[in-house]
Design a protein around this ligand. Structure first.
Ligand SMILES: NC(=O)c1ccc[n+]([C@@H]2O[C@H](COP(=O)([O-])OP(=O)(O)OC[C@H]3O[C@@H](n4cnc5c(N)ncnc54)[C@H](O)[C@@H]3O)[C@@H](O)[C@H]2O)c1
Length: 331
């Protein structure tokens, strides 16, 4: 089976490409390398291009003729999206619309879309199931929800089947594969605490300690990149076998607070990095925890790395490797 991955030079796409290769799929990557890395492409067939450019994406699809697309390419920073909403809607929505149009013109049957827990906004209850109300509170989440809606309408009137994966907080790395997150200005908590342990960030700021959670700090459901990657394959298998479109939460159903993450990171790194207490950031929901029942019951997905120490240990090995090879942040 042939699969084209947009954004396959980025953190998640490059790891899914690696796994697909290992499992014998034929893979091609389409990326503009704006936030991805050349080294993350490995030996995959590569189309340099931008999803905002319709002819570039149509050309790549006409040449590669994939059976499925996995669509990772997007801008991903919540705070930036509130400052530059146009940029987010243009890339995440118009780019996706271009891609879907090119997919239909190229007779691509299966479309896997990287969505996010940010589509739920501030949930009324946790754990969050897929039928909970979607009410995003920032342009990033809104842009992803718009694409979900477009896919639903298009799938109703076309032969395209989609699998939407709403990821919770993705973390961890695979040191053997030499793949992990390599962002110069990371916003993800686990990456930031590990950079603080390495002295690359002077301190970690906790944004609010007065949330209605056990220790007053925000709680998130962290999923290991290795388990997340398998979810893509199992969802693709499911939509193919059942010949239907479906939305899935991808998380473990267990949450950790900011303070808990800091504690585990200090234990693993053996560094007592400085921590400051700051004010709440606008729009941070107190708790985001997935209800993963649907993914567990409908597909063959089985979490194998659902242990916060494993996630942080694997991310730490990767950060130490990056620290020794800083050039990896550059190309
Ligand atoms: N990282 C997370 O915790 C998380 C959580 C929820 C959802 N997601 C979603 O997962 C997907 C991948 O996230 P990531 O963490 O790997 O991000 P990333 O920034 O590491 O990767 C995104 C890739 O897309 C490419 N890209 C961006 N715009 C493009 C364009 N216009 N044309 C071609 N390529 C383009 C970038 O160069 C980069 O290689 C995104 O859609 C994101 O919204 C990520």
């Amino acid at each position: 089976m042939k699969i084209l991955l947009t954004g396959g030079a980025g953190y998640i796409g490059s790891y899914v490409a690696y796994l697909l290769n290992k499992l014998g799929y034929e893979v091609a990557i389409f990326d503009n390398l704006e936030n991805g890395h050349k080294w993350a492409l490995k030996n995959n067939k590569f189309y340099f291009g931008d999803i905002r450019n319709f002819s570039q994406i149509l050309e790549a699809l006409s040449d590669f003729r994939p059976d499925a697309i996995m669509h990772f390419a997007a801008y991903i920073k919540v705070e930036e999206s509130t400052k530059s909403p146009y940029k987010y809607y243009e890339n995440n929505v118009i780019g996706s619309l271009n891609l879907i149009k090119a997919a239909l013109m190229s007779n691509v049957r299966y479309f896997i879309f990287s969505s996010t827990a940010a589509v739920y906004g501030i949930p009324k209850q946790v754990p969050i199931s897929e039928d909970s109300m979607c009410n995003p509170i920032n342009p990033y989440g809104e842009s992803k929800l718009m694409v979900e809606k477009i896919l639903k309408d298009i799938a109703r009137s076309n032969f395209l089947k989609f699998g939407i994966l709403r990821y919770f907080n993705v973390a961890g790395a695979d040191i053997e594969a030499k793949l992990g997150q390599a962002n110069k200005n990371p916003t993800h908590l686990i990456t930031r605490v590990l950079r603080a342990a390495l002295g690359k960030i002077p301190y970690i700021e906790i944004f609010g300690t007065d949330y209605p959670t056990e220790d007053g700090t925000c709680v998130r459901d962290y999923i290991h990149i290795k388990d997340l990657a398998f979810a893509h394959i199992e969802v693709l298998n499911y939509i193919k076998k059942e010949d239907k479109s479906e939305i899935f939460n991808v998380g473990y159903g267990k949450g950790y607070s900011v303070k808990e993450i800091i504690k585990v990171a200090k234990k693993i790194t053996k560094v007592d990095f400085p921590v400051k207490i700051g004010k709440r950031r606008p729009g941070d929901p107190p708790k985001l925890i997935a209800d993963p029942k649907k993914l567990l019951s409908l597909t063959n997905w089985e979490p194998k790395h659902n242990n916060i120490e494993t996630i942080i240990k694997d991310a730490w090995e990767w950060e130490c490797y990056l620290n020794k090879n800083p050039i990896l942040l550059e190309y």
